[in-house]
Structure formats: C-alpha cells, structure tokens
Design a protein around this ligand. Structure first.
Ligand code: SF4
Length: 453
C-alpha cells in the first residue's frame, strides 16, 4: 500500500519555518499580474471572486498591482477580508480562487492569486499603510459581544465596527488569532502578519478582554446578555481528540496541536533520524507529516483507516506530501502503541471499506491482518474536540453532533449568532472570516429593524 512517486527534494533552507508560499519581488508580481484576463463585469463577477468565500474583487486587486498601486490593491483586499494577509498564506487557493481561474480551464497555469495577495498586503504592512482606517461617521448603534478572538470573531468585529457598532471581544486565552498563532503549521504561516491585522482592528476601535472566560467559571451568560444587544459565538474547537489505546501514555506520542505549538515556539521537537508515524487523514495530519519531513525525520508515514479517495485532506496537499517523501498506509488502524517508556512501534490492523449510502465508506477491521509499524515518534491528528460543554450551557441553542446549528444568516437563538469552526467542525480560515462577516451583517440588520435591544 506504500506508493512510489517522483520525489521532490526538500532543500536544507526549506526548513520547518520557511513559508511555502513565499513573497514575490515587484518585477515578478507585475509579470504575474499581467497574466490576469480581468474576467467578470458588473453583476457577473469573475470565477475566482465567486470561489473566494469572502468575495474579494480579485481582478481589481490584480489590476492595481499591475498598475503599480499595491497599497490600493491592499485596500481592495482588506475591505473584503480583514485577514487578507493571513489568508494569502494559508488559503487552499488550489481549491478556491486559483482552482477556478479561467486559465486552468484552458489548460494553463492559474494566475498566482495567493502570492499576489501576499505581495499587496505585505507592501501595505511595510509602508504602515492603514487600509482599515475608514471609521464610520455615526457610531454606537449597538454594543456587540464576541466570544472568541479567532478568525470568525475578528472578521465579525471588523464588519460590525464598519457598520457603526461598538465591539468587545472576550477571549479565554491570552492570545489573539485563534488557531493562527498556535495551530497553523509554520511552513504555511509563522505569525506575521497577524499582529499587524490585529493592530488594524484595534485602530478601528475593537476592545479585547483577554484571559476572560465566559460561562461556568467565567463571566456569566446573563451578564453578557445584559451588556450586549447581540452576542456572536466564534468559539472554534477545543484540544485534540486523543486515542484511548493501550500505550497511549508512552513518551514520544504527541497530540498534533501540541506538536505544532511546540514548533511555533521556535524550539521544535528533535526528529532528525526518527521514524515518525502520523495517525489521521485530514489536513492537520498532512501538515504535521510535512513538517516532520522538514525536521529531517528518517521516515514519515501517515496511517489512515480509510483509502486515499476518502481522505478529508486536500488532494493537492496529499500529492505534495508524497513528492516530499511522506509515505501513506491507507486502510490501517492502530491497535496499541508498543515500547518500554518510549514508543517504538504501533501494532496495526488493516481495514476493509463498507459502502455507506450518502457518506464515506465505513472501515471495518480485517481479523488476522495485524502488523507492526516502526515508529519512535507518533503524532495524533484525529481531529479536535467540539465545544459541546460550553455551548450546552445555553439552553436555546441547537446542537447536532456537537456542532452549533444556525440559519443561513448565522442566527442561532435569542441574542446569539455564530460562525467559524464551532459550526463547521473545522474548515478554512477564509471560511471562518466569511461566516463572521455574514453574522455581522445579520446582527446589523436585526438591530436596524429593532429586533435586538
Ligand atoms: Fe484573472 Fe484568473 Fe480571476 Fe480571470 S479567473 S480574473 S484570469 S485570476
């Protein structure tokens, strides 16, 4: 089941911290921009803009780069997406804007939209240009409480501020940015330009209450409801789901988020010469596997209980991981971790896939197919816990499999609106931004109609 592919050498400089989608020089940016056909017209936007969840006017910002106006280009980007600099680094552009570029449909290479977006937003930060300095003349229509300072909460705040409302963001942790500072693999985004994006929001007037939990043990829901006309829940997901298999407490077994957090602390785990096994089939599994390659692991293998077609990870990232030397053992499930003190291997069993109408196939263990996979480091990337314990404190909310349910405007119940991973179970940063914006517009409409007080 291990595949052989044409391997792409990871250069020594291309280490765990070097971002994959690097910057463009001015000359290269203008050449890249010159390839854009400026599709779309009034009322019929370009396919790349349609594919962007925040609907950035992509041909416009590319044209502004081509004309030598990167700061105006950044204004176009940030007006639609307050985290446009971060999204330039972490968006799965192959699945979104670049995947929809008409050049691809003609069998040509897509315009490098992600790197052009990075070029314009980097230029704005370097010039300390303030794209979001437009304060509305009339303020204080409402005072909205936002729970969670992740991408959905930040985007919701930006939109509400622009619409003339006051915003306070409550965040239980001491950091702003949700998963970006801790859970985005550094080869995609280290930290920059998140601090500059947050500073832009602070200039707009958002108030942050960091280290402020809500619900049981924190600020009560009643207190929040008394303070605010509306409350946006952007609470994201929790810590890694852990496996309760024998040997799970051996040394060398990492939850994926702790592994990434350690990496981002600048003090990465020592993996040189190690055999690394990653358990899981999502995008985080691919991220930690590719980081392990960059940390010079001797061998990196992803173990996944279904087949390649059923992997939730993006196909282009799986392909790139293979090119970098990551191996895959599909239809494989762990039974127990082996070792004395330190993990040294995983006893595994093969699975067979049983079709399930309308869903992914169900993996069933194949008795007698057991084998041992060598591993002296194991990274668990099975998923993140849902925030059920927090959301169940609010009786009016409707949860389905631990995920919050809203209407198409992001309205949940009573004064509550929501967006981001607590709805989706873990989607992209740009999707969370779009949901934050959507809920802000719904809150604004409902305040204007006198439905909230
Ligand atoms: Fe430019 Fe491609 Fe978008 Fe057309 S689809 S406007 S060519 S980036």
């Amino acid at each position: 089941m291990t595949m052989t592919v044409q391997q792409r050498k990871i250069e020594p400089a291309q280490d765990a911290f070097r971002e994959l989608r690097g910057p463009l020089t001015e000359d290269k940016a203008i050449v890249a921009a010159s390839r854009c056909l400026e599709c779309g017209r009034e009322g019929n936007p370009a396919p790349c803009t349609v594919a962007c969840p925040t609907h950035i006017d992509i041909p416009r910002f590319i044209r502004q780069i081509y004309r030598g106006e990167p700061l105006a280009s950044a204004d176009t980007i940030f007006t639609a997406n307050v985290l446009g600099g971060s999204c330039a680094r972490v968006c799965p552009v192959e699945e979104l804007c670049e995947g929809s570029c008409v050049l691809v449909q003609e069998g040509r290479r897509a315009v490098e939209i992600g790197r052009l977006q990075r070029y314009a937003t980097d230029a704005a930060f370097a010039a300390e240009h303030q794209s979001l300095s437009d304060r509305p003349a009339k303020r204080s229509r409402g005072h909205i409480g936002i729970i969670g300072a992740g991408p959905a909460g930040l985007a919701c705040a930006a939109e509400l501020l622009r619409l003339g409302h006051q915003v306070t963001i409550y965040e239980a942790r001491s950091q702003i940015g949700g998963l970006i500072p801790t859970a985005i693999a550094p080869y995609k985004q280290w930290t920059e330009p998140l601090p500059q994006e947050v500073a832009a929001l602070q200039r707009l007037g958002v108030q942050f209450k960091l280290g402020q939990a809500v619900g049981e043990g924190g600020l009560s829901w009643q207190q929040l409801e008394a303070r605010h006309e509306a409350i946006f829940l952007g609470v994201g997901l929790g810590t890694d789901v852990l496996v309760s298999l024998p040997g799970a407490d051996l040394k060398g077994i990492w939850p994926s988020l702790e592994f990434i957090e350690q990496l981002k602390s600048g003090n990465p785990p020592e993996l040189a010469g190690r055999w690394v096994a990653v358990i899981g089939g999502g995008n985080t599994a691919i991220d930690v596997a590719r980081e392990a390659v960059r940390l010079q692991a001797s061998q990196v293998t992803v173990l996944y209980r279904r087949n390649e077609a059923a992997m939730p990870a993006y196909a282009h990232e799986v392909r790139e991981a293979k090119e970098e030397g990551v191996r895959f053992q599909w239809q494989t499930m762990p039974l127990r971790f082996l070792g004395a003190g330190q993990v040294s291997g995983i006893e595994c069993r093969r699975t067979r896939l049983v079709p399930v109408p309308g869903d992914r196939p169900r993996p069933e263990p194949v008795e007698g197919s057991e084998f041992t996979a060598r591993a002296d480091v194991v990274i668990l990337a099975i998923g993140q816990r849902k925030r059920t314990e927090l959301l169940e404190q609010l009786p009016g909310l409707h949860l389905k499999r631990g995920l919050l349910q809203t209407d198409e405007r992001g309205y949940a119940s009573g004064k509550y609106y929501a967006g981001g991973d607590c709805l989706t179970g873990g989607a992209t940063v740009v999707e969370a931004v779009a949901q934050g914006k959507r809920a802000a517009q719904a809150i604004h409409q409902d305040i204007e109609r006198g439905l909230l007080s």
